[in-house]
Design a protein around this ligand. Structure first.
Ligand code: TRP
Length: 440
């Protein structure tokens, strides 16, 4: 197939690990390390985690396979790929809405993602320069409030993060991504393990953390927890906005989509669960509040870093790596728009990246101001950040995911998908039943 066409083959990743690395790099990010612990805290622990894990298994993995398969089948940017498929299949061009929604979601997610990644860079810097040295947890919390109150500080780091994203994205996937990811992901994993050791041995609250995350108490579950868990499953696997479709377009035909999808989902889940197991024992040990919201990771871990031997070095390294994990995710958030702009409007990749980045940066200011309190407007009882987060995680991603699943399960020819997935017939039928029945 396409792999034999030399013109196209050139555009595939350099080896079979690269897609896996890029997909894992996209999946693993702030969603695992920052968002998973804080929304688990907000929704009361165990029962939320259970629903989240079920969503990953029954919807996340099949959809991951569907997105990758569509991307690899078309070898184009998501929007143009779907346009081409609707033409070939003779179905309504309205399906292109998948591509449009995907670009919109990626754009909106990146606008707040960059602000939070900026916090991480700010923490790395403050730990390095000794700001937190020996501080008690109350003062660490106070510092977080200080960062929230200061729009200029947040804007500075948000700008820094967007500039780095711009620079790497503009250089293109090959040069920009591959090398860095190979070092960074294992390093982040190792550091999380070190922190896990700290939570287990030093906090004295490990069992309580474990209990909070895994003992299932449905009475603590609110109705809002179910869409939140589904949204988080999509968010953490980078699903529902065609990011993996865009990456799938560069995947060599010989790779197994199913195996890759499983590995990515498992790695991603391990990272999220470990982050929770690191955060909650510290939260309990220092008397912090599990449901305290977006500051949870920053306050709890920094309280630990401020008081452990070599903590400031570990802390610096940790937040730098979180920033890098966020970077590899951020790149996948802009990739669909940038790829489409270069194909469609015939501008250079650099120019496309600059235009998109400036726009994302501007929208991100809304998030900064909603944390700093300079922008008190509330829509449906949510501030700007909460609104964008809700609109993307709870609406656009699940809706996009559902449309992608229906497209792959009902609209595309059975043989097209079957070729890409290369599964045994039993597994293929299982996949097809899941995408065809479960999502609608
Ligand atoms: N999955 C990433 C995380 O957990 C964020 C992300 C990257 C994402 N690309 C995406 C979320 C596409 C939704 C869709 O941090």
């Amino acid at each position: 197939m396409s792999g034999k066409n030399p013109a196209i083959a050139k555009k595939t990743w350099s080896n079979r690990w690269t897609f896996m690395l890029a997909a894992a790099g996209s999946a693993i990010g702030l969603g695992n390390i920052w968002k998973f612990p804080y929304i688990t805290g907000e929704y009361g622990g165990g029962a939320f985690v259970l629903i989240y894990l079920i969503c990953i298994a029954v919807m996340g993995i099949p959809l991951l396979m569907a997105e990758t398969a569509i991307g690899r089948n078309t070898r184009l940017s998501p929007l143009n790929g779907i346009k081409k498929l609707t033409g070939e299949l003779g179905v309504s061009r309205l399906w292109q809405v998948i591509g449009w929604m995907g670009m919109l979601s990626g754009f909106l997610i990146l606008s707040f993602y960059s602000v939070i990644a900026g916090w991480s860079l700010s923490y790395a810097w403050d730990l390095l320069t000794g700001v937190f040295h020996g501080m008690n947890p109350a003062r660490v919390s106070g510092e977080f409030s200080g960062l929230m109150a200061s729009a200029p500080r947040q804007i500075m780091w948000h700008t820094a993060f967007m500039l780095i994203t711009l620079f790497i994205t503009a250089r293109g996937i090959h040069k920009g991504l591959e090398k860095g990811l190979q070092v960074m992901m294992p390093a982040l994993f190792l550091l999380l393990l070190i922190m896990l050791g700290y939570s287990m041995l030093e906090t004295g609250q490990f069992m309580r953390g474990l209990d909070f995350m895994f003992s299932i108490d449905f009475s603590r579950l609110t109705a809002a927890a179910i869409p939140a868990a589904l949204g988080q499953a999509f968010f953490t696997l980078s699903l529902g906005m065609c990011a993996l479709m865009a990456y799938g377009a560069y995947m060599p035909s010989s790779n197994s989509i199913a195996r890759t999808a499983f590995s990515v989902a498992i790695l991603d889940t391990i990272m999220a669960v470990i982050s929770g197991l690191v955060v909650f024992p510290i939260v309990f040990a220092y008397g912090l509040e599990p449901g305290s919201g977006p500051g949870l990771l920053f306050v709890s871990l920094t309280a630990a870093f401020a008081n452990m031997p070599m903590g400031e070095w570990f802390g610096f390294l940790f937040f730098v790596l979180v920033g890098l994990a966020a970077l590899s995710s951020a790149i996948s958030l802009v990739e669909p728009v940038v790829a489409w702009m270069t194909e469609r409007v015939n501008i250079s990749r650099t120019m496309a990246t600059v235009l998109v980045s400036v726009a994302v940066w501007l929208v991100g200011l809304g998030t900064v101001f909603s944390f700093s309190g300079d922008f008190e407007v509330r829509f449906f009882d949510k501030n700007f950040f909460e609104l964008v987060d809700f609109l993307t995680s709870s609406i656009l991603l699940p809706l996009g995911g559902m449309l992608i699943a229906i497209f792959a399960g009902w609209i595309m020819k059975r043989s097209m998908i079957m070729n890409e997935l290369a599964l045994s017939i039993g597994l293929f039928n299982l996949w097809r039943a899941m995408t065809r029945q479960l999502f609608p």
